[in-house]
Design a protein around this ligand. Structure first.
Ligand code: HEC
Length: 152
């Protein structure tokens, strides 16, 4: 009887132990997964342009999406994607898009964006539409590229 009890309790203990270990490894995994620097310091570093696109995405979500919609589909402001985007912007220098953002947006507070923010926003809009991108972030690099679909 005594032996059986000890066997049962040791099985139970083992069970608790496995459960605890699973809990620990899940927590460790979650912590690792949630650490933002983990992704950035990996061997595949985001390029400077990709980082600009990411900054632009955050700015867009905070300051533009209310009028231009999630996914740039438009709302109170015009759509900034699809056929309307290409009708309006195809063949124009990227600097023109940058200028429009810098000088006229957000419509409620034109001129409130810095040059860097406007350049990041232009990068985001271009990237979202699969346009050719400049090879560096920042206003100066936006002058030469002509807005056009990236070659497939
Ligand atoms: C309060 C609403 C509102 C907000 C916020 C807003 N926009 Fe606009 N946006 C508009 C309206 C309305 C137009 C169309 C009229 C115009 O071109 O001035 C427009 C036009 C544009 C255009 C096209 C300009 C052109 O010449 O065709 C771009 C690009 C643009 N917005 C980008 C942005 C970006 C980037 C932001 C965030 C910083 C932003 N907008 C925030 C309302 C807004």
């Amino acid at each position: 009887m005594m032996k059986l009890w000890r066997w049962i309790s040791s099985v139970r203990l083992a069970h608790v132990c496995v459960g605890a270990m699973a809990g620990v490894s899940a927590a460790a995994f979650a912590a690792w997964d949630g650490t933002p620097t983990g992704a950035v310091s990996s061997s595949v570093e985001a390029s400077a342009v990709e980082q600009g696109v990411e900054r632009g995405r955050a700015l867009y979500d905070g300051q533009c999406a209310a009028c231009h919609g999630p996914g740039l589909i438009g709302g109170m402001g015009p759509t900034l994607t699809g056929q309307s985007f290409w009708d309006r912007w195809s063949g124009h220098p990227a600097a023109e898009l940058y200028d429009a953002i810098l000088n006229t947006m957000p419509a409620t507070a034109p001129g409130s964006l810095t040059e860097q923010e406007s350049a990041d926003l232009a990068l985001y809009v271009l990237s979202f539409n699969d346009s050719v991108l400049p090879d560096a972030p920042g206003p100066a690099a936006l002058a030469p590229p002509i807005i056009q679909k990236k070659a497939e």
